[in-house]
Write a protein that binds this ligand. Structure first.
Ligand code: AMP
Length: 290
């Protein structure tokens, strides 16, 4: 596509642009985000750029995936900065719809995720993944991407979306992208900007704790014991409060019994105004995320 990035706010305009450009066998790679872009998002774009002719990014802070009392209002936003970063990373079309554009007359139809949503964030954020699946289905229908890029930072979301695509025969391939971290190990997140100075200094403890957990896992320590150790390491070394720490099979997100290909050690830590999630995949059949 042309070098200059197009910014569009309406579904009609976006679909017109995609229709005009997706001719012959040109492929579309799609990177859905909530904006306030960082290198995690940009690594998704990089991979999409390498594998497709056209790269579409959406930036939409989806109200449907925030529960009451969550940080929808406080979620960081900076459209202008995002547009500059997206263009520099090679996005061709940036879709920035308003909530009204996405949900003009919402008929209230809900998509209920299955058993994978009964663990981890699905427990502490009831309805969260319903809202994620609704927006993801809408975006897939609007963009019609050949490939869609999701980060392992949100490993549960990724696993649920993979199942969703399979269950509903959605015509896009889901591409998993590894977690991008700050130099001190903190997983990059738009929410990191809402940490206080002290909290930011403490936050790398999360990955340190997960790595300790990984060592214990390699030594054959039980899941329950690993979860206890990780939680106490984090609470003893930071002001964060544990929401959960869980060792499960991945991507099934059931109790880990050693027979499935991968295990995930995932946690959520709540600081005063900011809830952070992180995870580590500890063994896989294909060795992709070791
Ligand atoms: P968000 O804007 O936080 O909803 O994230 C949009 C996409 O970027 C999701 O697929 C995330 O998993 C992915 N993402 C966010 N942070 C990271 C990160 N640190 N590394 C890799 N992918 C990420």
């Amino acid at each position: 596509m042309a070098n200059e990035m197009k910014i569009v706010q309406t579904i009609e305009e976006l679909q017109g642009l995609i229709d005009r450009n997706k001719r012959g066998d040109r492929t579309v790679g799609f990177v859905p985000t909530m904006g306030y872009l960082h290198e995690g998002h940009l690594s998704l774009v990089k991979q999409a750029r390498e594998q497709n002719d056209i790269v579409v990014m959406s930036i939409f802070v989806n109200p449907a995936q925030f529960g009451p009392g969550e940080d929808f209002e406080a979620y960081p936003r900076d459209a202008e900065r995002d547009a500059g970063l997206a263009e520099a990373a090679g996005v061709d079309i940036l879709f920035m719809p308003t909530p009204q554009e996405m949900y003009p007359e919402d008929g209230g139809i809900r998509i209920l995720p299955g058993p994978q949503s009964t663990a981890l964030c699905g427990v502490s954020r009831p309805g969260h993944f319903d809202g994620v699946l609704k927006v993801v289905l809408k975006l897939f229908n609007i963009v019609d991407p050949d490939r869609s890029y999701f980060g392992m930072k949100d490993a549960q979301q990724l696993a649920i979306i993979e199942t969703f695509v399979r269950d509903f025969n959605l015509r896009t391939s889901i591409v998993r992208v590894p977690i991008v971290r700050e130099q001190d190990g903190l997983a990059k997140s738009s929410r990191n900007v809402n940490l206080t100075g002290n909290e930011r200094a403490e936050a790398p403890i999360i990955q340190k704790a997960l790595k300790k957990g990984e060592k214990l896992f390699e030594q054959g320590v039980s899941a329950a014991e690993i979860e206890r150790e990780v939680a106490s390491y984090i609470t003893q070394n930071s002001s964060g409060i544990m929401d959960y720490v869980s060792l499960l099979s991945y991507p099934e997100l059931t109790k880990y019994d050693g027979t499935s290909g991968g295990a995930i050690l995932a946690c959520a830590v709540v600081f005063e105004k900011t809830r952070l999630i992180d995870n580590i995949i500890m063994s896989t059949k294909d060795g992709l995320y070791v």
